[in-house]
Each structure stands twice: as C-alpha cells, then as structure tokens.
Ligand binder design. Structure first.
Ligand SMILES: [Zn+2]
Ligand SMILES: [Zn+2]
Length: 484
C-alpha cells in the first residue's frame, strides 16, 4: 500500500494539476464576484503542492503513511489509496520534498524508463552458446556416409571447405543429400570421383546438379555406363572441367591447414577398373587419413614402389574390404591406428573378406564399419582422432554362392556359407580374388539373359538397356557371348 508506486505518484501529479487549474479559476471567479479569496487561495496552494509531490516522488521513496493527500480537494477523492490516512494538511510535505521540487518536468518519464525498458543489447549479448566462438578448436571432420555397398565420404576441413569423395549408388542420393544438409553443406569445394564404378559415382551427377561445385577430380578412366555418361553430362552442363586425378598431384582444397595429395593411379592402363581409383592422403597437423577408393593389389604395389609416404592414422580400407585389396605389405606400410570399411550389410560379395579382417585383427587395429555402425564420423583436432561410434567386429562378410567369382546373380543369397571369424590365419579358400566386386551387369526388360558388356552384339538392337549390380538384376541366365 505504502509503496503505491509510480501510478499513484502520477495520479497525485494529475490531481494536483487539476486542483491548481481549479484554484486559479476559483480565484478569478471570486475576484469577479468580490468574494473572499481565502478559500480559492488555499485550494490553489494545496493543489500546487500536490502536483509537485506527484512529480517529485520516486518509486523508492517511502511516503509517510500519513501523507494526507485525501484532503486535497475534489479530484483527490477518486484516489482510493490515499484516502485512509485522512490526516490533515500540509506542513508535512515541504521539508522532505522540496529538495526535489526543482526536478525538471521530464523527470517522471526519465525515472519510469529504466523500469520498463531493460537495457537494450545486454540481454542478447549475454545469451550464451548460440554462436560458435572463433576460439573453438579447428577440427577436421570426416563422415563416412552409410551408403550400403558403396562409398561416399564427406570431408569438412578446419577452414570450412567441403570435399566429397564419391557419391554412392544412384539410389543413395537422398541419403547423401540428407547428410550434406545436416552438415550445413551448400558448396562442395572439391569433388572426387575415385573411379567410374556405379557404387562410387552413382549419385554424383545429382550432387553436381544440386550443389555449388568448386573443382572436380577424376582419373582418366572411362566406361560406357549410363551413370558415367550422366556424370560427364552434368559436369559439362555446369560449365565445369574435371581435373585429372593421378599420383603426384596435390589437390587444391583452399584450406591452408591441410594437404591432400593424390598417391594413385600411377599407370596409364589397368586391367581392372578398380586400380584406376584415386587414392588420397589427407594430412592435418599430426594426423593423417588415407582414402583408397577401390584400389587393389596392383595399385597398392605401385604406391609402395613409388616410395610414397603411405603412413596414416586412419585407413579407409580399399574396395569394401575385398580380399583383392589391403595386402599385408600395404597395410604394414600404412600401419594405421584405425581402419574404416564402407560396406553393405549382407552384401553378395562376401565383403569384408576374412583375410583382410584377420590381418587387421592380428595387427590390433580397431575397425569401424558402416554395415555395423551406419554413418561413421571421425574428427581430428590435428593432434588426436576420435570417432562417434565404437569399433565394430572382425567378422567377415558372407560369401554368396560361388565364392570368388561372385558374379552369378543368384537371387538367393545362400545362407549357411557364413564364414565367421576364424582364428587361424588367412584361410584363402579360393585362389581367385573377387576383383569383380563392382561388376555391373546389363539386361533388357524383355530379354532372358544378363550381360557383362553393354556393347554385347546381342544387345545391338535393344533400345532399353538396364544396368545394375548382379544383385539387382532380375535375369539369371548369363549371356552366351559376353558373360561366359
Ligand atoms: Zn566400390
Ligand atoms: Zn570399383
């Protein structure tokens, strides 16, 4: 009650003002009618004092309970708060209030302001955690996107550049896009197509069409698949020009804190398309990564003989863990602290191979695999490396049906052939390596056979030629001309 607050103060001032005006009028009237000036004078004086009081009282002031205001004339009776005191008059205010009487008329407004307007800016500037401070440690972030039996790796550099290495299968675009969106990626400063197999360039045309693209690196290898043609078309339509990926070249990332060297391919001809794979060593501070695409033993041998510094903390195991890659010599030259395998669950190729898994297990290298963990994120601060998931198992993939050759598109994945981790070293049951892991087969909607080449003479008059992995092919009869 006592601290009637600013509202009461304002009312006091208002009533005082009203009384003041009334008093002046009363004096004028009294003068005209020759009445006594005593009463109007008193009213005038009182209301003037009241007005000043209203102006001068600040909210923190303790108005003596008796402050009487009630007497103060007509207007005052509508001020209920003030009524109870009912104490008679003046004398009381002067001493305590006069010193404030000189306050300029604008003071009430000024004293109100701090209460209602809470210092602009201060609140926002105190809100923590919404914006990353520039002092955040600079990190290199590598995301092995789970695209099943395929590869797609997003690299976000300490200085904010984005590199996409491979783009999964054609059906993986939505997964890749979701991952790029989640990472806030709008521009890909560098795109690398390690080699033109479907499971590495499948969604690359879509990526190139949808994103702002800096540079594209790809080896000088070509195929006649529709996917590859689409990729070339997308590059052309975007007005871009692919740079050749080959051993000895350094990728221009635009990030001065990292280096990205291409260590393969090192020849101008390979029997196997996988050996065309661009192999990239990425270094940041004391940490390094080796991304091998699908490079196989032939390319590994070349890298060894070229005397490249292959040592790396993280090795992206070649060719989805196929036995044709990650030879003992290569693994020991890299001597990684961690291995990552991008591989599809229950794939038809038996990836990862038991031999490779045994080698990793023997060397005590933790293995992170997309078939067990999904998308894997690995972060380096330049000193140490950490993963978002725990290491996976050393269990090898199931060989489907004909082990080794693996091309026969048998619709049934033949269970039971599960080759669980065997403690005995490197069994290698079949001498033939499954180099055909990325084999693409062709067929026509009406035909009964599948083909190994789109250029097969039996397809020369077919308008619609479909392509895909053996597992996706509905035909079970190998073509007599190209698939035997
Ligand atoms: Zn592949
Ligand atoms: Zn391949």
């Amino acid at each position: 009650m006592r601290q009637g607050g600013i509202i009461i103060d304002a009312l006091l001032g208002l009533f005082g003002l009203a009384g003041f005006v009334y008093g002046i009028l009363a004096i004028i009237l009294a003068k005209r009618s020759n009445k006594s000036l005593k009463l109007p004078g008193l009213i005038l004086a009182l209301s003037f004092a009241l007005f000043l009081t209203g102006l001068a009282i600040s909210p923190k002031d303790n108005l003596a309970s008796g402050t009487d205001i009630s007497i103060a004339e007509p207007g005052a009776k509508s001020a209920p708060e003030a009524v109870p005191g009912n104490a008679p008059i003046p004398g009381s205010f002067p001493s305590s209030y006069t010193e404030r009487d000189n306050a300029p008329a604008s003071e009430p407004a000024a004293t109100l302001a701090p209460e209602s307007t809470p210092i602009p800016g201060s609140i926002e500037s105190q809100t923590p955690g919404l914006v990353f401070s520039p002092e955040d440690p600079k990190e290199l972030r590598v995301t092995f996107i789970d695209v099943g039996q395929a590869d797609s790796i997003l690299i976000q550099t300490p200085q904010g550049k984005n590199i996409l290495m491979d783009a999964g299968n054609t059906a993986d675009y939505s997964v890749i896009k979701a991952c790029l969106d989640a990472a806030g990626v709008r521009r890909l400063d560098v795109v690398v197509a390690t080699h033109p197999h479907e499971d590495h360039i499948g969604s690359m045309a879509s990526v190139i069409k949808a994103y702002d693209i800096g540079k594209i690196y790809m080896p000088k290898a070509a195929t006649t698949t529709k996917t590859f043609e689409n990729l070339l078309m997308a590059i052309k339509e975007k007005g871009l020009k692919a740079s050749e990926a080959k051993g000895g070249i350094t990728i221009e990332t635009g990030d001065s804190l990292i280096t990205a060297e291409i260590l393969a391919p090192n020849s101008s001809d390979y029997d196997d398309m996988n050996d065309w794979s661009a192999v990239i060593k990425l270094s940041y501070g004391k940490t390094s990564f080796l991304f091998t695409g699908d490079a196989e033993d032939v390319s590994e041998k070349e890298m060894l003989s070229k005397k490249y510094d292959l040592k790396a903390d993280v090795l992206k195991i070649g060719h989805h863990g196929s036995s044709s890659s990650t030879t003992a010599e290569f693994l020991s030259a890299v001597s990684p602290k961690y291995a990552v395998i991008s591989v599809g669950k229950d794939n038809d190729y038996g990836h990862p191979a038991a031999g490779v898994m045994n080698r990793l297990k023997k060397a005590g290298i933790p293995v992170y695999r997309t078939d067990e963990s999904g998308t894997i994120v690995c972060v380096s601060d330049g000193e140490t490396i950490r993963f978002n998931v725990s290491p996976g198992s050393y269990t090898s993939g199931r060989q489907s049906g004909t082990s080794g050759t693996s091309i026969t598109p048998t619709p049934s994945p033949t269970p039971g052939a599960s080759s669980k981790q065997t403690p005995t070293p490197v069994p290698t049951p079949t001498p033939s390596p499954d180099t055909s892991g990325d084999r693409i087969v062709y067929w026509t909607p009406g035909g009964k056979s599948y083909h190994y080449t789109k250029d097969c003479s039996t397809l020369s008059r077919s308008k619609t030629i479909l392509s895909g992995k053996p597992s996706e092919c509905p035909k079970s009869d190998p073509c007599d001309i190209c698939a035997r």
